[in-house]
Design a protein around this ligand. Sequence first.
Ligand SMILES: [Zn+2]
Ligand SMILES: [Zn+2]
Length: 219
Amino acid sequence: MPIRPRQTRKPPIKTQRPDPVAGVDLTFACDCNTVRGALIGVSPHNGNRVDCYCHDCRAAEVYAGQPDPAPDPVGIFQYKPDKVRIDAGQDQLAVFSFSDKGVLRWQARCCGAPLFNTLRSPKIAFVGIRTDRVSDATALGPVVSRAFVRKANGKRGHDGLRHALFNFASNAITARLTGRWKQTPFFDAATGEPVSKVHVVSAAERAALVLPDVQPPQA
Ligand SMILES: [Zn+2]
Ligand SMILES: [Zn+2]
């Protein structure tokens, strides 16, 4: 019998890769269920879950007829506008801002529920959706950033901002390069105008919103 070189057994080739992060579709709705829709393909890796302790987020709640959230934050999931699908109540989207260049704060006209934040231009594709509006907030992953918390020097600052900024920038740049920024339920892409007329809250109205002084948590 010829001597054959001894065959060493190779480990089987792994053809199965770890699952790509499969996103899920999460429904959302206003309090009275008139405005409803879904976030498509959500995973903790394609958006940022942020807790914001800033005065404007608090004031926006109170302006929208909600209780002051402090000392709790306002929970926001930063995501891609082209992955927000509005199934009903699009005509009930109202929008206000605390200045003529400020963040747009979208709420449901029917019941007042705060729903989204966007920037002023659709070209920077960004939406923040209130985490307490989605059907299963655990699918959004853990909070990766806390905004406007108290730093050791007593000033307000952010935790985990680098991570959040990276995700935000890569989402926005991809949307710009691919033209996906034009797919948004919040703006007319041709004119760049919001789909609802922006109500700019006057300084007097803003000042009338009573916000007791509540310290945010330590960073
Ligand atoms: Zn805020
Ligand atoms: Zn409603």
